[in-house]
Structures are given as structure tokens and as C-alpha cells.
Design a protein around this ligand. Sequence first.
Ligand SMILES: [Zn+2]
Length: 302
Amino acid sequence: VQAQLGNSFLWAFKDGPFKGNLHLVDDQEIELSNLQRYVLALQDGLARYKVEVMAEMFLSSRVKIIPHRCTWREFVQSFSLSEVGSVVSAVDSAETRIEIQAALPKTIFNGWTGNESLGVSRHTDFREDACLACLYLPSHEKPSYSQMVAEALNMADLERQIVRDYLANHKAIDRSLLNIIAERKTIPVENLLSFEGRLLPEFFTEAVCGSRIIQMQSVSGKVPSEVEVPLSFESALAGILLASEVVIDSMGGRADEIPSLTKINLLKPLSPYSTEIEDKHFSGACICQDEIFKRQYERKWR
Ligand SMILES: [Zn+2]
């Protein structure tokens, strides 16, 4: 569960006139660095599992929380989705969203925040409409490990001749490689000498991912690329939209079908045209375009 989005989703249900069971799946603890982002968590929830803190908070609510302290992947291994009506996705990774869709729940409601906008998407018919995976399939191929290493070392042009050679042949890092890295990263070669004789993957994990290089980089004036984090109120709004979706659905409150995607642009006035029809993935390679998955969905929910 993405911290704030999931939190405000629950907040909307806590004291309202609702009743029902809500299975909550999350494997993380509440951390101090995130505490200010949650609408529900308090200081005394620190270092405790989110699902347990939430279940306690709902003790006096008519909405009962059944906590599952695990990842989605672990959850679906031991729990049959046919016991639940719909799955609500409040996660922040494309990968987990695809995993959620791949478990073939009957219906999915998905809350999201993105660049300047936020919203919800509804996936009520896996066979006919765009599924959740359609919206999150990667649009380009993931770089290979050796491309990633080469990229991080500013050696993309040398990936084939040099980086692959060290990786594929388990070659120990020697002075000539260190000289190239030092030059490409504009750092003194002395800073890298401790890696001589070790393997490139170790160097990559410790020096690059462990950000020692990144620190050196910022000294030389380059800034590591920024990570985008939604503002707390953006996620909160998306969580509340998501909650309203679940309420509308369980009441059968929508007379007409509505397109799968609702999008609110935060930098513009609210538009009457906030919903969009989404097509199935253009590649034709999504699981909802696969005969085996489609048949399985039908078998499960007919
Ligand atoms: Zn799809």
C-alpha cells in the first residue's frame, strides 16, 4: 500500500456510515520519516506494522479490517480472491499493479498520482475493457544489467567492448578499468583503488548503488537525477476518490457505465471532461489480450 493514498482511503471509511470487511495487505512498518504523510498514523504507531495499527484503529468502526502482514504476492498464494468482491489498489509501483491484475480479481479499483495529476481507474470487465496491467505495462524494454552498469559509469559507448567483457568473464577490476571510470566520472582514481582486484558487480552495488559515486559526483557539480514524490494532499485526495469509487460500486449507485479512467489535473480548473476511455494495450501483449488469461477469468467469475 502506498502510504498516504492507502491511509486516506481508510480514513474515509473509518467513521462513516459503512459496514463491511476489508482485507488489508501490506508488509511494512510505519517509519518516522513517513509519519507526517499519513492522515491516520500517530507517533505511538512507530515501528509497528501498518496493517496491525490500522486494524486496531478500526476496532470501534463498523468496517472491520482483517490484517495481512505480507506482500501481495505472498497474499495471493494463500488466499482465494473468490472470497472478496473487489480489490482496491493503492500501491505505488507498476510491477505490483501488474501482479494484482495477474491474480485476476473480478473487479479492481486503482488510485494513482502522477505528474501534475491524480485520479482513479476502474477495471470491471477484464475481457472487454483496459485492465490494470494495460495502464502500467512498460512502454520500452528494460535495460540489461550490463547496460545499467555501463550507463551508471558513463560508459554506455563502451558497454559492448568493455563492460560486458568484465561481467561475462568475471574479470577482476584492474587499473586500466579504474582509469576509465575515474575519467568518465571525473573523480580521482585514488578514490577507486580499493576496488582493484574485485568484481564489477560488487563495485556496482557498493560504489554506485551505495551512492559513494553519487556523492563524489555532486562534489564535481553534477546532481543525481530527481525522484518525484507526490505531495501529501495529492495522495490524500486520490485516496478519497478511490474510497468513493468503492462506495458507488457497492451501492450500485451508477446508473450508466463510466469510462475506465478519471483524471484530475491539479494545475487546471476542474473539467467536466475528467473521464477518459482507455483502450487495451496497443502492443496486443497484455495479459487481458491473452486467451489463457481470458479463459481463466471467465471460468473464475461466470
Ligand atoms: Zn490489459
